[in-house]
Design a protein around this ligand. Sequence first.
Ligand SMILES: *[C@@H]1O[C@H](CO)[C@@H](O)[C@H](O)[C@H]1NC(C)=O
Ligand SMILES: *[C@@H]1O[C@H](CO)[C@@H](O)[C@H](O)[C@H]1NC(C)=O
Ligand SMILES: *[C@@H]1O[C@H](CO)[C@@H](O)[C@H](O)[C@H]1NC(C)=O
Ligand SMILES: *[C@@H]1O[C@H](CO)[C@@H](O)[C@H](O)[C@H]1NC(C)=O
Ligand SMILES: *[C@@H]1O[C@H](CO)[C@@H](O)[C@H](O)[C@H]1NC(C)=O
Ligand SMILES: *[C@@H]1O[C@H](CO)[C@@H](O)[C@H](O)[C@H]1NC(C)=O
Ligand SMILES: *[C@@H]1O[C@H](CO)[C@@H](O)[C@H](O)[C@H]1NC(C)=O
Ligand SMILES: CC(=O)N[C@H]1CO[C@H](CO)[C@@H](O)[C@@H]1O
Length: 871
Amino acid sequence: MVLAVLLSLSSLAAGAAIEKRAVPAGYVAPPAYPAPHGGWVPEWSDSFQKAAQVVAGLTLAEKTNLTAGSGIFMGRCVGNTGSALRVGIPQLCLQDGPLGVRNTDHNTAFPAGITIGATFDKDLMRRRGEALGEEFRGKGVNVYLGPSVGPLGRKPLGGRNWEGFGADPVLQAYGAALTVEGVQSKGVIATIKHWIGNEQEKYRMYSIIQDGISSNIDDRTLHELYAWPFAEAVRSGVGSAMVAYNAVNGSACSQNAYLINNILKDELGFQGFVMSDWLAQISGVPSALAGLDMSMPGDIHTVPLVTAQSYWMYEYSRSILNGSVPVDRLDDSVTRILAAWYQMGQDKDYPPPNFSANSQDAEGPLYPGAEPGSPRGVINEFVDVQGDHAVVAKEVARDAITLLKNVNGTLPLSRSATLKVFGTDAEKNPDGINSCADQGCNKGTLGMGWGSGSARYPYMDSPIDGFKSRGANYSFYNSDSFPSNSNPSANDVAIVFVTADSGENYITVEGNNGDRDSSKLNLWHNGDKLVKDVAAKYSNVVVVVHTVGPILMEQWIDLPSVKAVLFAHLPGQEAGDSLMQVLYGDVSPSGHLPYTVPKSEDDYPKSVSLVSDVVLVQPQDTFTDGLYVDYRHFNKEGITPRYAFGYGLSYTTFSFSDATITPVTALTTTPPSRPAKGKTPTYSTNIPAASEAYWPDNFNAVFRYKYSFLAKNDADAAAKVGNSTKKYPYPAGYSNVQTAGVAAGGAQGGNPALFNTAYDISVTVKNTGKTAGKAVAQLYVQFPTGISFDTPIIQLRDFEKTKELAAGESQVVKLRVTRKDLSVWDVVSQNWVVPNVSGDYGIWIGDASDSLKLRCGTKAATCVGGQTSPV
Ligand SMILES: *[C@@H]1O[C@H](CO)[C@@H](O)[C@H](O)[C@H]1NC(C)=O
Ligand SMILES: *[C@@H]1O[C@H](CO)[C@@H](O)[C@H](O)[C@H]1NC(C)=O
Ligand SMILES: *[C@@H]1O[C@H](CO)[C@@H](O)[C@H](O)[C@H]1NC(C)=O
Ligand SMILES: *[C@@H]1O[C@H](CO)[C@@H](O)[C@H](O)[C@H]1NC(C)=O
Ligand SMILES: *[C@@H]1O[C@H](CO)[C@@H](O)[C@H](O)[C@H]1NC(C)=O
Ligand SMILES: *[C@@H]1O[C@H](CO)[C@@H](O)[C@H](O)[C@H]1NC(C)=O
Ligand SMILES: *[C@@H]1O[C@H](CO)[C@@H](O)[C@H](O)[C@H]1NC(C)=O
Ligand SMILES: CC(=O)N[C@H]1CO[C@H](CO)[C@@H](O)[C@@H]1O
């Protein structure tokens, strides 16, 4: 991210003025003040009490020290807050990324978010989270910078979709909530990110020359799609949230009061702390008033590294003394941060960091950002945190593998098959598995995308390793061009490995600036040609795809010799044996697509194309597609995709039968009224003494390090302003009176009645084939006809994976729909409403979004099989 800023600085045209391009008419970023105090839900009240007691005894400089990072590269972790050691509060270590501890060693490189999404397995989602939690804790990380659910996956070319769980809010929600629960069960604070609308990489950041892209999102779409997974993460008690780089409705997410104060902290009842993405903060006072609680990494966004400048730290101390930020706003931020720390039990025996995100050396500069001249010391203890996590990592990689085509039982392979293996993706990067920083290249087996969401591989179990250890009879042609010497013979099975990659914007890979702006939806490295060339010479071709998201397969998918196709997604370090277990039939594949695979890029609405070619003005990205993202769009427009969302074959077959639907909580048009907010800590409104921020005598300051102290003169001058008659000159629309809260709120995630089960559904899943396998029961809701809200034809609301069922074996799977699942967000009443309480909702069950043959109706409370799928 730093690099991006420096690059834009170097291309700064002298004297160029920033032209404002107005957001389209109607999109507004309304004021929303004050920031709600945290601590009002019962689950957090003990932690808030403990935190408030500590905060009451802190000096001003200690408080502001805890709300910001000490600067980029100013400690072992990617983010390091200031401390208050006088009262035993250490610096907090914040570290990327969603799939493993980034930039270190002896860690597990887990399968990416998109891969766990493809398992549709809630138990695995949680167990992967627990393993991640153990690793972050083992390295001494206080705050895990994941999971990511923004981007949602609106743009198929978006660079970071693979960090999240799939292009559907409910799939994202389960991925997020279960990851949060798993990670936090180990005492690590999880971070739900990026709030919100960060759907493309290009133009995401504010710089000297250009404002970050504005995602213009209407209120209903925000609630029903983009905020949905955040709400579920909050409901799981997530301890922190990260705001996105971009703007929403023209206002930067880091200081968008409506988004942070009104929606996240009030309506969704978020009790933890809100941090900025790295260098996303663009102002001091406005971001504080808008509800930001922590500035990361502490630098100003325009010239990091160059100076000790910060929007907060000493400036925050100043703005408290001069009365520009009310004292209770700072107190609330610090209390939220410490409450999260207590909530996870980090006050007891939490290890300090024992790795360096900046260096692989054992010793080196303690503060690389202060070089030359940083004090030196031990920076890496090389602690092995892998435990037995390779087991769950491999299970995820294996159970995500999605079989899309399998003609005539080509798969599983027979043990004696003669294999010809093509494509560089089958074997490790010859330059070294970690030779590209942050995996910023696509060379060798693709186990993850690039950027801050990456981790180093401790090893890479490649597909070739897998073939070797199986004793397969194979020849490998380590090239992405078809070789002339492969000597095809009729019984050979050719296995072709192909990829599509993407990542974060600060690295460009093969012309792709994070987003797949150059490759588009095509395979990389002329993969289409390789598949076609192989298919021209071999009659049994299996294609294995490692991909960040949807690709175009039209050039070869229907070729008669392309017999089988598998998406292995992004398997992390466990790419080899996980695939072998599926290829050779130790297990049946059980992954399902976490997005739609189109036939053409034109299948998508124009509005989800990447915004490009914007110079100096704020790029505008207006979400006119509304609710119609991914399969919701294809269904609405009647476009048949190549493979539908939720699709995935097995080596066996399943039936879904004997479904039941049981009303649990009777519906009403609007939910019962919310519980009142509980008591929150009370804070003094008196501006503290200027002396609380004075530099201590003889303080040994680190060069460029961000401190919260002010020179005596500066502090006194600010205090003089604060003590003037003009108290609190806050912005227009500002109020410092805490509110009772909006109707749609009331608990973590929103009004608790929203999550009441409306109907329990059960279905018998039977393995009707000859081999063992796991099925995924997917539940989609169809709203009743005749309602006054336009709704997508079907929407995923629940899913459950069966255990491995032997041939002939059955399992009764339990699913449910909540009040929220049957509601729409009414922008007028600002509440979730059930559009017709006595309406006949269709609750459709099947194993793909386009294969739903079992319908339960809410009106008659009966279920009928053998139906025509609604899409
Ligand atoms: C964005 O503008 C739309 C249209 O006026 C409005 O409904 C929505 O609430 C706004 N969202 C935010 C986060 O300000
Ligand atoms: C702020 O944190 C830094 C880093 O731990 C520390 O050196 C400094 O003394 C702290 N300031 C206060 C006021 O405690
Ligand atoms: C108070 O200090 C902050 C931080 O330096 C500054 O942005 C703001 O303008 C100051 N307010 C007044 C009234 O001087
Ligand atoms: C499947 O196998 C049958 C019998 O061997 C053969 O007739 C048929 O052409 C095969 N189908 C395809 C698509 O290869
Ligand atoms: C591998 O397969 C080829 C072609 O079927 C065969 O000639 C050769 O003997 C096999 N090698 C082994 C070690 O089985
Ligand atoms: C604030 O101002 C009042 C009167 O203007 C003065 O009496 C008082 O000493 C001042 N307090 C501080 C802390 O400067
Ligand atoms: C609500 O659903 C019931 C039952 O299907 C139907 O009779 C009624 O007309 C619907 N009301 C509206 C306003 O659509
Ligand atoms: C398990 C282990 O070795 N933990 C170490 C991590 O590093 C800190 C120093 O920062 C040590 O105190 C821990 O013992």
